[in-house]
Write a protein that binds this ligand. Structure first.
Ligand code: G4P
Length: 535
């Protein structure tokens, strides 16, 4: 017998990792799973990925380029807590997908490369977290390599992110002189064992922590190193604010951890910190019948929203898996849920939970959990699901694409086919699709050029369509809204620059950002939006 939905939700920690490519997200993911007991050997995350890819080779690009483009979820139960780790794609072209995944996370771990500090992609992702009030835990990785001065790294966090860094540990050296770290809350020293070979978690683990003031520390630190560490810790305590969990939850402060994901050092401490400080699922704003309400994790009615759809995981079946982040209630397998905007009812007979070792059928799930629902295109990104079908959560943003291209199919007889395929990919959120009011060609939009490659690859493999991308006459897209009369006035004067998205929402397709600014000045009552929250 499980406990109440509120108690179950309270032991959930649903989080994502954000980082610039190469900072160590994959390595950290793997080592967190190891620390949580979800996998036994290092290398499993990648190996499992490889298997999946060979079975469903729709992502040849992913393999060829060695990048991870498909987000997934991994769940593990550790020390009485249920962790849901949302894996976000690392490549910058897929940032839109990452943004959406972050809407399903209650906290984020920001991984910094200790030698590089805050990189452009870290900053971009951080901004999304801030927009959504997601508290951030910082992990300064690669301490086993020559690192920047930790004080400089903290300064950078404070100045670039306007976030108070509060270190919970302090490193002793870096690179070849990395000795370990001081646990500032417990005044214990955690020695770092330099490994010869072999992966983390095997027999050459790190020694147990020891009292910093005790005699045993001399086995790991030279007297001058010990003195320097004590001085730095002292200096740090004077220079920074002490860790305040409330300020962290409000997004003003970040607890800082140091370590080496590759050497499995500092990872157990990080996981413990996430368990102790990261928030359980929150009460969220929603509407019912147009009226604003709040949905609490312990509410009876089961509800959630779809933040990602992944198609053709198995190429033999045109199945799609919608990832549903639960927001309330006790979900049980076989339950019927209704989609708010279409009113369609769905019997969720084969929900999937993504345990790191394997996929499993979910018998029950609670707020904070993510379940995969196989379906045939009924579910779309941004859909709100609930037992009554009347709950609606604020939608997930679609970002204005930065590149627009015209797409045509080589064989004109397959034009109809193309429409369906493009629609499917847009519903999944692979690319955005716009239909200009004038002209027959579709315009696809993406945040980065690699998205077009993924799209062409998938159209060829899954739909047997060879497509050509051509330069589009448009350079920018903005969703427009406002009073009917104002909108009609604007639309009538810009017919050749109007289009609709897959939800038939009007979009202004402009030649350049300059045109948009001009239009904004001339039509102050019309709103031109870069992001659209899906209805
Ligand atoms: P990403 O997902 O953020 O892109 O980074 P990933 O984990 O793939 O790590 C990028 C590179 O950094 C990898 O090396 C990885 O082994 C290395 N790395 C990650 N964490 C640490 C760490 O704590 N210390 C050190 N020294 N290196 C680390 P690679 O050579 O690019 O790949 P691989 O051949 O090791 O797989």
């Amino acid at each position: 017998m499980s406990s109440s939905p509120a108690a179950e939700a309270a032991r959930r920690r649903t989080f994502a990792i954000i980082s610039h490519p190469d900072a160590g997200k994959t390595t950290l993911t793997e080592n967190l799973l190891l620390a949580g007991g979800a996998i036994r050997a290092a290398g499993a995350v990648r190996a499992r990925g490889e298997n999946r890819r060979t079975r469903s080779d729709w992502m040849k690009i992913e393999r060829e380029r060695g990048i991870s483009v498909s987000a997934s979820v991994m769940t593990f139960d550790h020390q009485g807590l249920m962790f849901n780790l949302l894996d976000t794609p690392g490549h910058e072209d897929f940032s839109e997908d990452t943004y959406r995944t972050l809407t399903a996370a209650d906290a984020a771990v920001m991984v910094l490369d200790a030698a590089k500090g805050i990189e452009p992609q870290t900053l971009k992702l951080f901004e999304v977290c801030r927009l959504r009030d997601i508290p951030i835990v910082t992990f300064i990785n690669k301490m086993d390599r020559e690192a920047q001065d930790p004080f400089a790294l903290l300064d950078e966090i404070a100045s670039k992110l306007a976030l108070d860094p509060a270190p919970l540990y302090w490193p002793a050296g870096s690179g070849n002189r990395f000795r370990g770290m001081l646990d500032l809350r417990r005044d214990r020293f955690i020695p770092f064992a330099r490994k010869g070979h072999g992966g983390p978690g095997n027999e050459d683990g790190h020694p147990q922590s020891i009292p910093f003031k005790g005699n045993a520390v001399v086995s790991y630190l030279e007297p001058d190193e010990q003195e320097e560490l004590a001085e730095n810790a002292e200096l740090m305590a004077q220079a920074s604010k002490p860790f305040d969990p409330q300020a962290f939850l409000e997004g003003h402060m970040t607890p800082v951890f140091f370590g080496s994901a590759l050497r499995h050092f500092g990872v157990d401490e990080l996981l413990e910190g996430i368990g102790a400080y990261a928030p359980p699922p929150k009460t969220v704003a929603a509407t019912r019948g147009g009226e604003a309400i709040h949905v609490a994790p312990g509410d009876r009615e089961v509800s959630g929203f779809v933040f990602k759809v992944q198609a053709n995981m198995d190429p033999n079946h045109r199945d799609r898996i919608a990832f549903l982040r639960l927001t309330s209630g006790e979900f049980e397998r076989g339950m019927k849920l209704k989609v708010q905007n279409t009113g369609k009812q769905l019997s969720v007979n084969a929900p999937i939970m993504f345990f790191a070792s394997d996929r499993e059928l979910a018998e029950e799930a609670y707020a904070g959990d993510v379940i995969g629902i196989p379906n045939h295109g009924v579910l779309r990104v941004g859909d709100s699901l609930s037992e009554t079908g009347t709950l609606r959560f604020a939608g997930l943003p679609n970002f204005a694409p930065e590149i627009l291209q015209r797409v045509r199919v080589k064989d004109p007889l397959k034009a109809k086919h193309l429409t369906k395929a493009l629609q499917g990919l847009a519903e999944e959120g692979v690319t955005q699709l716009f239909r200009p009011t004038m002209g027959a060609d579709f315009i696809v939009g993406a945040v980065g050029p690699l998205q077009f490659e993924v799209m062409a690859d998938r159209l060829a493999n899954e739909y047997q369509l060879e497509v050509i991308f051509e330069q589009s006459p448009f350079g920018e897209a903005r969703w427009i809204s406002g009073d009917r009369a104002d909108l009609e006035d604007f639309q009538s004067k810009h017919r050749s620059a109007m289009g609709v998205d897959i939800d038939d929402q009007p979009v202004y397709l402009a030649k350049s950002a300059w045109d948009i600014n001009y239009a904004m000045e001339r039509y102050p009552k019309v709103r031109f939006e870069r992001a659209k929250e899906r209805a």
